[in-house]
Design a protein around this ligand. Structure first.
Ligand SMILES: [Zn+2]
Length: 244
């Protein structure tokens, strides 16, 4: 079952593998075109998700993620066709407009929703984004476009116990981001703490920790979700968010 949240002036839905039409290994609610799935199946799946969130006619912004830190600002100056989908490059998008459905996709990386009273954002964060400023960019975009207290929900993503990381690479990241982003896997090997890094990024952005909910779902452990680390060739779940 998808996980729904009301956050500020937005409604968000974290999808899982169920309810779509894609065949194995993308079964069944894959939302990504770039993974090798049948494009018609992906289109059907996306339409189903838009209906799940009661926005079948929304213009859908589905950024192509590049593990960067750009969060696009979809304000009134951006032309969007009704019911059309748009695929700009970026790791997040924010809006203060009604009728615009934003998404962030992942399969171990974290889909994140950020919202205040009148704006919302969907953000994709893997380790590069989490230490590279994508969360801070998402908060800044929501603050620039809207008003009120900022809150966030961090969706299903890989937990530290399953995120084994090369020791040398981890040392480099710790030098940039601090020791709290490092941890250990369940077998005691060096690991990256994605959720910890995201919480740290929200703290940097001056979002109160009490206003950040982290869902306790590890994508490697949950067979209800896609996991690149577990399965290699697989689909993508994600978060969709819309202003209500
Ligand atoms: Zn795990």
């Amino acid at each position: 079952m998808p996980i729904e949240r009301r956050l500020g002036g937005a409604r968000a839905l974290f999808t899982d593998r169920f309810g779509g039409v894609s065949a194995a290994p993308f079964d069944s609610l894959n939302l990504a075109r770039h993974v090798g799935d049948d494009p018609d199946a992906v289109s059907t799946n996306r339409a189903r998700v838009a209906t799940m969130i009661e926005a079948p006619d929304a213009a859908w912004v589905i950024p192509r993620h590049v593990h960067g830190s750009t969060v696009l600002r979809i304000d009134e100056t951006i032309e969007l066709g009704v019911g059309a989908s748009h695929h700009p490059e970026g790791d997040g998008a924010a809006t203060n407009r009604f009728g615009v459905l934003l998404s962030a996709l992942g399969a171990d990386c974290a889909p994140i929703v950020i919202a205040n009273d009148t704006a919302c954002a969907a953000v994709h964060a893997g380790w590069r984004g989490a230490v590279g400023g994508v969360v801070e960019a998402g908060v800044a975009a929501v603050r620039a476009l809207g008003t009120g207290r900022v809150g966030a929900v961090v969706g299903p993503c890989i937990c530290v116990r399953h995120y084994e990381f090369g020791a040398a690479a981890l040392t480099d990241i710790v030098a940039r981001a601090g020791p709290s982003v490092a941890g250990r896997t369940q077998t005691g090997d060096p690991a990256f703490d994605l959720r910890g890094a995201i919480r740290l990024a929200f703290a940097h952005a001056e979002v109160d920790d009490a206003d950040v909910e982290v869902l306790d779902v590890c994508t490697v452990e949950s067979t209800d979700h896609y996991s690149y680390r577990r399965d290699g060739v697989t689909g993508r779940h994600g978060v969709v968010v819309i202003k209500v």
